[in-house]
Design a protein around this ligand. Structure first.
Ligand code: TNX
Length: 538
C-alpha cells in the first residue's frame, strides 16, 4: 500500500470545513514524500490537515507559529478542579519529551501570557455550538488557548494540541527540539454522544495497568466510553463481595488454558476514576443469561437444564445459561448488579443478552425482563446486545447492534421506533478482533476480514435499514479477546482501526474521506513509534 501524503503547509487562509476544502491542497506521493528521518531534530508536523479524527472546522493562519519554550506555563479555568486536572494531564504528556517544568496554575488575566490556557469561558451561541464535549483551539504568536463550555471539551482539545506538536513530543526521553505549533484555529465537537471501545477481559485477562494504557489510547482519539466485558464462559474477572468462588474458581481460567486473573473492586474503582479524569465513562458488562459458564462452575446452583458445567478454555459460544426458573439466579444478579452499579458512576450497566442459544424465545424474555428490572432498581440505564430487541427492552434501553451485514435489522429498527437507542458496533466494520486479511496470525474471521478501509467506509446514519437516524446514540469498536495473549497483540489489532471508528463517531459525515484518512493515519506512525505503541503497518 502506497499512501499519498498531504503537504503540511496549507496554502492561503483556506477555511477547512469538515476537511471538504482539502481537495484543493496539494498532494505528494512516491519519491516526493517528505521522510520522517530518525536522525532529524524534529519531524514536520502535518498541522491542521493531519488531525485524526478530522475536526468540524479548521483555519490555518499562514506565517503564524507559536513555540513552546522552557518558561511556558499552563493556565487553567479559575475555580474548576476538572480544568486543573486536565492541565496536569497535559503537563504530564508534554514534560518527558520537552524536559520543561510546565507548572499548572489558575488563569490570571493580569499576569503575562502563560503559553497555554485551558478556559471554560465559551458562552452564548458558541457554548451552544460546542455542547458538552466541543472546544475551540486558537494558536497565535502569543500562545495557545483552548476554550470550552464544559470540562470534557478541554480534555478533547488538549489532544488536538498534542497532535499539532511535532511527533517527537511522544518520546519518553528528553528530545532537543523546537516545539513549534502552526498558527490557526479549530472549532470542533463530536457527531455522536457515545463513542466507545470494548475490551474483553474474560477471554484473556488484562491487568488494570494494561486497561489504563487503553484508556490513554481512547483519550488520544477523543473516545468517551470504555466498555469492559468483565465476564464470560472462560473467566469471571471482577471480585464480588460474598461470592468468593467467582474469583477463586471462576477467574482461574482463560482461552488456551492460561492462568486468568481478576480485578478487585478497588481495581475497577481506580480504572474507572482514571478514565473519568479523561472524561471517559466506564460501561461495565456482566454478560447473561448465556456466556456464564465461569459463574456456573463457581456456583453450580446458578445452572439447570440437567447440564453439567466444567471449566472452559475454548472459543465456542452459546452453550451456557443461567437457570431462568430459579430464584437463586435473581438473588445472584441482585448482588452482582448492585455491587457493579455502586462501583461505576456512569449511567449504563450492560447485561449482555447475546447468544443465549440454549433458551427458547419465551424463557429468554422471562429472564431479560427480570434482569432489566434489577438494573433499573439499582439506578442504572439498561444496555444490552441487540438480541434484547427480540424480547421486551425497557423504555430507554440502549441496544448495541453487532451482527455483520443487516441481520436482525428489522427487530432493532422496530425497538428503536418504540424508543430504544442504538449503539452501532457492526462486526464487519468495527470489530477490531476480526483479522485484517487472510493468513494473519491474529484475529477471527467469522464476520469476514476487516481491513482498514473496511473499518472506515460505512455510514452509521444509514447502516441499518429502517433505523431512524435520531435513534443512533453512537458507535463502538469491539476488541474481543479470543486470539490475544498480550498488549502487543491487542495493539496490532487496534491500531490503526481504532482511528477509523474514532473518525466515524466524532467527525462530521461530510468530513469522512478515505484517501485523506489513509494519508492521515500514515502520519500517525512516527507518533506511535516514539510512544512505543504497537500497530499494523497497513
Ligand atoms: C461474538 S459480539 C460475540 C462474542 C465473541 C465475538 C468474537 C457478541 C455480542 N458476541 O462473544 O467474542 O463474537 O468476535
Amino acid at each position: 500500500m502506497r499512501a499519498a501524503v498531504r503537504v503540511s503547509a496549507i496554502a492561503g487562509a483556506a477555511v477547512l470545513c469538515g476537511l471538504a476544502a482539502f481537495g484543493t491542497a496539494a498532494w505528494l506521493s512516491g519519491s516526493d514524500k517528505p521522510e520522517h528521518k530518525e536522525q532529524s531534530r524534529v519531524s514536520a508536523t502535518t498541522g491542521f490537515a493531519g488531525l485524526v479524527p478530522a475536526p468540524v472546522r479548521a483555519q490555518a493562519a499562514p506565517g503564524v507559529t507559536w513555540t513552546l519554550t522552557p518558561d511556558a506555563r499552563i493556565a487553567t479555568a479559575p475555580g474548576s478542579a476538572a480544568a486543573a486536572r486536565t492541565g496536569e494531564i497535559l503537563a504530564a504528556l508534554l514534560r518527558p519529551a520537552t524536559g520543561y517544568p510546565l507548572p499548572v496554575a489558575p488563569y490570571d488575566p493580569a499576569a503575562a501570557p502563560a503559553g497555554i490556557a485551558l478556559l471554560l469561558d465559551a458562552a452564548g451561541a458558541e457554548a451552544g455550538e460546542l455542547g458538552a464535549e466541543g472546544y475551540r483551539l486558537d494558536v497565535t504568536a502569543a500562545g495557545v488557548t483552548v476554550r470550552a463550555a464544559q470540562p470534557a471539551g478541554l480534555s478533547r482539545g488538549i489532544q488536538t494540541l498534542r497532535q499539532l506538536l511535532p511527533a517527537e513530543i511522544e518520546s519518553a526521553q528528553r528530545v532537543d527540539a523546537a516545539w513549534t505549533v502552526p498558527g490557526g484555529s479549530v472549532t470542533d465537537r463530536p457527531r455522536y454522544e457515545y463513542r466507545g471501545m470494548s475490551l474483553d477481559l474474560a477471554r484473556h485477562y488484562f491487568t488494570p495497568a494494561e486497561a489504563r494504557r487503553f484508556v490513554d489510547h481512547l483519550a488520544r482519539y477523543k473516545y468517551n466510553v470504555l466498555h469492559l466485558h468483565l465476564t464470560d464462559d472462560q473467566g469471571w474477572r471482577i471480585e464480588i463481595d460474598g461470592r468468593p468462588e467467582l474469583t477463586a474458581i471462576g477467574a482461574s481460567t482463560q482461552v488456551g488454558g492460561g492462568p486468568g486473573g481478576f480485578w478487585t473492586q478497588d481495581d475497577l474503582r481506580a480504572v474507572t476514576a482514571y478514565a473519568a479524569e479523561r472524561h471517559i465513562t466506564v460501561v461495565p458488562e456482566i454478560d447473561m443469561p448465556g456466556h456464564t459458564n465461569a459463574a456456573i462452575v463457581a456456583y453450580p446452583e446458578l445452572g439447570c437444564d440437567d447440564r453439567k458445567y466444567e471449566p472452559y478454555t475454548g472459543i465456542e459460544v452459546g452453550f451456557s445459561s443461567l437457570c431462568v426458573e430459579s430464584e437463586a439466579t435473581y438473588a445472584f444478579l441482585d448482588e452482582v448488579i448492585g455491587q457493579i452499579a455502586a462501583l461505576t458512576p456512569g449511567p449504563y450497566l450492560h447485561i449482555g443478552g447475546d447468544e443465549a442459544l440454549t433458551l427458547s424465545a419465551e424463557r429468554y424474555k422471562v429472564f431479560m425482563d427480570r434482569a432489566q428490572t434489577i438494573v433499573e432498581k439499582h439506578g442504572k440505564r439498561v444496555m444490552a446486545w441487540h438480541q434484547l430487541a427480540g424480547a421486551a427492552p425497557v423504555p430507554g434501553a440502549v441496544l448495541e447492534y453487532w451482527n455483520q451485514g443487516k441481520e436482525d435489522a428489522d427487530i432493532v429498527a422496530a425497538a428503536a421506533r418504540a424508543g430504544a437507542k442504538v449503539v452501532l458496533a457492526p462486526a464487519d466494520h468495527t470489530y477490531l478482533d476480526m483479522a485484517y486479511a487472510a493468513g494473519e496470525r491474529l484475529g477471527l474471521k467469522w464476520a469476514g476480514t476487516v481491513d482498514v478501509k473496511q473499518s472506515y467506509t460505512w455510514e452509521p446514519a444509514t447502516h441499518l435499514p429502517g433505523l431512524p437516524e435520531e435513534s443512533v446514540l453512537g458507535v463502538e469498536a469491539a476488541l474481543w479477546g479470543e486470539t490475544l495473549t498480550s498488549v502487543a497483540d491487542a495493539e496490532y489489532l487496534v491500531f490503526p482501526r481504532l482511528l477509523s471508528v474514532a473518525e466515524t463517531a466524532w467527525s462530521p459525515r461530510e468530513a469522512k474521506d478515505w484517501p485523506s484518512f489513509e494519508a492521515r493515519i500514515t502520519e500517525q506512525h512516527p507518533r506511535w513509534d516514539r510512544a512505543g505503541i504497537g500497530y499494523a503497518k497497513r
